[in-house]
Design a protein around this ligand. Structure first.
Ligand code: ADP
Ligand code: MG
Length: 555
């Protein structure tokens, strides 16, 4: 009663919507669980794909957690954090994007009953952080180094990692074929950090087995003018000239205004234009180059001129392709044709224009620096090739990570960490014991989901796994779900390998996200930003039980 007599305290602008307290926390957890449920079924080799289409009519079929999360266009403020960790996992390690979302959602799900029972979120957060540190230490302990192996052996091991990544994708049926290709590509670029040195070109049509690797650069034939067909299409050890200038007649008259008093002078102007372009062309020819590439247009005059002198040319080459040729062939892109010295010309063993399916490709192979590789992907539908490209990207990242960190861990949801945490929790007195136990249980979501997605009895398989891991000798540590038989198997022996950094990063990011969401107990929505965000956001927030109006309303 007394409180009603007190004057009202106006803290926030009129119309500001806040929700706070336990209800807010629970509603955030619910939203994140809902997101987890969306990607849940895509995990693992038997995971399903998602078909996402937007209002513009573009259709994407994907199994990649990060891609799905991006396309879902989530508006719930707390659930957005899960999108962010999926993205960061994608850019940091490239794979394990579904895993990270699933783990975070599961950590939160396990936390929910505690929150509802009135446990303070900070207690949970502290225990979760401890648990994650312990889990990561355990992963590091379980990791096996591939350092000190011969190149051939290493390649084989890396191919195993790539195959594990690819096994959950649309192209999983051909995982060995693509895994070898990816490893060769990564080996080709060596220690260079620029990922764009590996090009992936998509050519619709054909069979995915028709895909091939070029130890150099390949790009689609550019637009060409008459005379092009008379140019030679194959060279051995040609010199390659890379340009960033236009070799076209019209280009010279663009920025000039000339006033003539006598019509006879006109011819001299026209002649001057021709002289300029011929001068440029002559200089290109004199350089000794047999292949001329330019980022800008090479017109019909130049095309014919080069054709008459047995030189191949291509204009309007995409910048990234030109840069890759420069990196591979060892040339430098020129902005002027004056003074072309031998040093700026690149070379390669074989240059060739080749028919690939319905497209023609310019292929530079056997490049001296050898620091590029191009994968030419074939396949039926566009969506298929797009997804294949994303899958290869994952595999490429994984192999690069494995090369850099050179430690691998068994995949297939080997949950030895979970056992370890459970054992550890028993040594702790107090509530923390329960929390760490829940964390350990949450980690089991990976094998459980792998089973569910494959149609196995998850409880049965998990019990077998727990029993195996509990063996005193410790030799059961690398057992995981056997996706082929529905039982359990030694993931190490079956070569279901993943770079340790995938696991470490996933555990780290998922724990951080879960703790972040647990530490939020109030959402404030200010009226101005709300109107700016539009109706969609508002509708979504309500639809997902997004916390608005559920907690206490402050006046
Ligand atoms: P993410 O986006 O997280 O990489 P994936 O759909 O690629 O999700 O699934 C990865 C999970 O599948 C990993 O936990 C990995 O250990 C497991 N996995 C991959 N291949 C196999 C296999 N042959 N047998 C059992 N588990 C596998
Ligand atoms: Mg994967």
């Amino acid at each position: 009663m007394a409180s009603m007599m007190q004057p009202q305290i106006i803290l926030l602008k009129e119309g500001t919507d806040t929700s706070q307290g336990k209800a807010q926390l629970v509603s955030n957890i619910n939203a994140c669980t809902a997101v987890g449920d969306v990607v849940r079924t895509t995990l693992g080799p038997r995971g399903m794909d998602k078909l996402i289409h937007d209002d513009k009519g573009s259709v994407t079929i994907s199994n990649d957690g990060a891609t799905i999360m991006k396309l879902l266009d989530i508006v719930h403020p707390a659930a957005k954090i899960l999108v962010d960790i999926a993205k960061s996992q994608d850019s940091e390690v490239g794979d394990g994007t579904t895993t990270v979302v699933l783990l975070a959602a599961e950590f939160l799900k396990e936390a929910k009953p505690f929150i509802e029972d009135g446990v303070h979120a900070q207690n949970l957060i502290r225990s979760y952080r401890t648990a994650s540190t312990l889990a990561i230490a355990k992963v590091k302990e379980l990791a096996v180094s591939i350092e000190g192996k011969s190149v051939e052996e290493k390649k084989g091991l890396l191919a195993k990692c790539a195959a594990t990544t690819l096994s959950s994708k649309l192209i999983g049926g051909e995982k060995e074929f693509f895994a070898t290709m990816v490893v060769d590509a990564v080996m080709a670029i060596g220690n260079d950090d620029r990922l764009n040195l590996i090009g992936i070109k998509k050519v619709p049509g054909g069979n995915m087995r028709d895909s091939f690797l070029v130890d150099g650069v390949a790009f689609k034939k550019t637009f060409s003018y008459a005379g092009f067909e008379q140019q030679p299409k194959k060279f051995l050890n040609p010199k390659i000239l890379l340009l960033n200038i236009e070799l076209e007649l019209k280009s010279e008259k663009e920025n000039a205004e000339i006033r003539l008093s006598d019509p006879s002078q006109y011819q001299s102007i026209v002649d001057a234009e021709w002289n300029i372009i011929y001068d440029k062309l002559d200089k290109c020819v004199e350089s000794g180059a047999k292949v001329v590439l330019s980022r800008l247009a090479i017109g019909d005059l130049a095309t014919q001129y080069f054709a008459d002198r047995d030189i191949f040319c291509a204009g309007r080459v995409a910048e990234e392709d030109l840069n890759r040729v420069a990196a591979a062939a060892g040339g430098t892109v020129q902005t002027s044709v004056n003074n072309i010295i031998d040093e700026v010309l690149g070379t390669c063993e074989i240059f060739e224009e080749k028919q690939v399916g319905g497209e023609r490709f310019n292929i530079f192979s056997g490049c001296p620096s050898g620091r590029t590789a191009t994968i030419v992907l074939r396949g039926g539908a566009d969506q298929f090739i797009e997804e294949a490209e994303r899958s290869l990207h994952d595999a490429i990242m994984i192999v690069r990570r494995a090369v850099k960190n050179s430690t691998v861990v068994p995949g297939g949801g080997a949950i030895d960490i979970s056992k370890y945490l459970r054992q550890h929790s028993r040594t702790i007195a107090g509530k923390s014991q329960l929390f760490i136990n829940s964390y350990a249980k949450a980690l089991e979501v990976i094998p459980r989901q792998l089973c569910d997605n494959a149609g196995f009895d998850a409880t049965d398989v998990l019990n077998k796994l727990r029993q195996k891991h509990a063996m005193q000798s410790g030799e059961g540590a690398s057992y995981g779900v056997d996706i082929n038989t529905g039982g359990i198997a030694d993931s190490f022996a079956n070569f279901v390998w993943e770079p340790a950094v995938v696991k470490i990063n996933a555990i780290n990011a998922a724990t951080e996200a879960a703790c972040l969401i647990l530490s939020v107990d109030e959402t404030v929505k200010n009226p101005k930003s709300e109107s700016a965000q539009g109706d969609a956001a508002g509708a979504m927030g309500r639809g997902r039980g997004g916390g608005r109006g559920r907690g206490m309303r402050r006046r």
